[in-house]
Design a protein around this ligand. Structure first.
Ligand code: COA
Length: 260
């Protein structure tokens, strides 16, 4: 698929998906979501890929939300399909066996905030602004915000964010627990890459299993999550990576993981 609304680059074990509609602050319309879905499947199936960095083109916005002009003429039939496309992209970010790092370089509003919520790690630049302003448009969040935001920052804060439709600075998102860290704008790409490279140096089967355990564990009772963790932990002892990782420690050398 040829992309006109995004770019997708692979550099060693790290993929970078950039939403590239800076004239509308990288707002998400149907074609953009379709391209993102296609790109995320490529990332999912790319041999040797460990991490994805998701970011926005330009220095003003990560993603300023769903494309309001595109939504203006939608009826319920179009809206349910649009929301499904947004959910699909968010679910791919959450479920793919690659670590998704949001590098939030400006406005992350509505669908932009929701995409960052679906990522595993969020690094924000000092000029990032988060919010779920949908109620200002007479709608609710539609790409997972009502479900993921309270899980990420707690019910009280999520209620205020969603019901008042305000905006929050990067430092406020940091103290709410939505963001892992805040860095100067110029440092954001390198900081995201540094983390991606660190993750890429770890045991790939372990990283993939741990991501899935955390996500799945959040939506089941504690007992079930602990039992699943035990089974997955045990299964890793049948892998070469587990032998290599522990042996390398004992031999005081760097492990060479093969992902098998
Ligand atoms: N959908 C469609 N177009 C958008 C957009 C969106 N979500 N967000 C911004 N744009 C467009 C603007 O219409 C404008 O286009 P124009 O140059 O043709 O007029 C361009 O991007 C620049 O935005 P502008 O509003 O001029 O920039 P600003 O710095 O004054 O304000 C925001 C920035 C983010 C505060 C403002 O654009 C905004 O509130 N956007 C909507 C955010 C939103 O509600 N998102 C959730 C949607 S569900």
């Amino acid at each position: 698929m040829a992309y006109s609304n995004i770019t997708l680059d692979f550099d060693g074990p790290v993929a970078t998906l950039t939403v590239n509609r800076p004239s509308v602050l990288n707002a998400l319309n149907g074609p953009t979501l379709a391209e993102m879905k296609d790109a995320l499947w490529s990332v999912w199936t790319r041999q040797g890929c460990a991490a994805l960095i998701l970011t926005g083109a330009g220095d003003k916005a990560f993603i300023a939300g769903a494309d309001i002009a595109a939504m203006a003429n939608m009826g319920p039939t179009e809206a349910v399909a649009f929301a499904e496309a947004g959910h699909c992209v968010c679910n791919l970010l959450e479920r793919m066996p690659r670590v998704a790092i949001a590098a939030v370089n400006g406005y992350a509003l509505g669908g932009g905030c929701e995409l960052s919520l679906a990522c595993d790690v969020v690094i924000a630049s000092e000029n990032a602004v988060f919010g779920q302003p949908e109620v200002k448009l007479g709608i609710t969040p539609g790409f997972g915000g009502t479900a993921r935001l309270p899980r990420a920052i707690g019910r009280a804060r999520a209620m205020e964010w969603i019901l008042a439709g305000g905006t929050w600075k990067a430092t406020e998102a940091l103290s709410a627990g939505l963001v892992n860290r805040v860095v100067p704008p110029a440092d954001l790409p390198a900081e995201a890459r540094r983390l991606a490279d660190t993750i890429a140096s770890r045991g790939p089967l372990a990283v993939q299993a741990a991501k899935r355990l955390v996500h799945d564990g959040l939506s089941v009772p504690l007992d079930a999550a602990l039992r699943t963790e035990q089974a997955v932990f045990a299964n890793l002892f049948a892998t070469g990576d587990q032998k290599e990782g522990t042996q390398a420690f004992v031999e005081k050398r760097r492990p060479e993981f093969k992902g098998s």
